[in-house]
Design a protein around this ligand. Sequence first.
Ligand SMILES: Cc1cc2nc3c(=O)[nH]c(=O)nc-3n(C[C@H](O)[C@H](O)[C@H](O)COP(=O)(O)OP(=O)(O)OC[C@H]3O[C@@H](n4cnc5c(N)ncnc54)[C@H](O)[C@@H]3O)c2cc1C
Length: 235
Amino acid sequence: MSTVEQQVAEESIQVLDHGFVRLDDSMASDLSVVNAARVSFARRKDVMEEADSGLIRFLMRERHGTPFEHNAFRFHIRAPIFVAREWFRHRIGSFNEFSMRYAKATDEFYVPAPEDVRSQVGKPGAYSFEPVTDELAQTTRDELAAVYAAAYAAYERLVELGVARELARAVMPVGAYTEFYWTVNARALMNFVSLRAAETAQREIRRYADAVEQLFAEKMPVTYEAFLASDRTAP
Ligand SMILES: Cc1cc2nc3c(=O)[nH]c(=O)nc-3n(C[C@H](O)[C@H](O)[C@H](O)COP(=O)(O)OP(=O)(O)OC[C@H]3O[C@@H](n4cnc5c(N)ncnc54)[C@H](O)[C@@H]3O)c2cc1C
């Protein structure tokens, strides 16, 4: 493992079998919310006081959202392509992604843990996801591994034969891992967490949303508590 890879591993929250969420940098504090709101009265504070926590709870409850935008979280994320695809639907934020046009595709693919293999019961919009037998869990894992191996072998053969990476990547399944940077403010982050850490979200992106939520809570604890008190509704 290179020094950079080691640093990434140490700073990351591991998610799924090969993924992670890492807070690369941030400019985020509860005080930024308070000062953004108080500028209306030409006031500014350097230290949070109890009344400021009340102000944050008020802003959250009344859905005065803009004071929650004066901060930034830059995340570095490694996730299967199908998770990234759901993530990129969140338009309020900035993304930059690993390019399979310029770099060789990863040979790491998502194979769910046996307990994460599930069946789908019910109607669209109201599915429940039920555990499967040990045998079906293993069959699923074996089928995925076989497809991934065949796909990656084809990818390598095509690249070896001189086909451009941008075209050879067409054989890559959506279970392949990708990496991206995501910069987002607390308001849009809460919207993401509200939707993607919810029971209705797909289990795999939920695990990532849980990690994002944990890092958010550490940086903006008062805002986070107010978010919980507002039934996890983004302002
Ligand atoms: C459980 C679940 C199932 C889903 N299923 C599907 C699906 O089947 N098909 C599908 O296509 N998508 C699906 N989505 C994606 C979903 O429709 C949203 O695209 C995604 O959740 C991003 O949400 P958002 O627009 O609130 O976030 P962001 O894009 O980050 O926007 C944040 C907020 O900014 C405001 N905003 C942003 N852009 C606009 C705009 N153009 N006009 C007005 N206001 C704007 C809105 O208030 C919005 O809530 C699903 C999402 C979830 C959580």
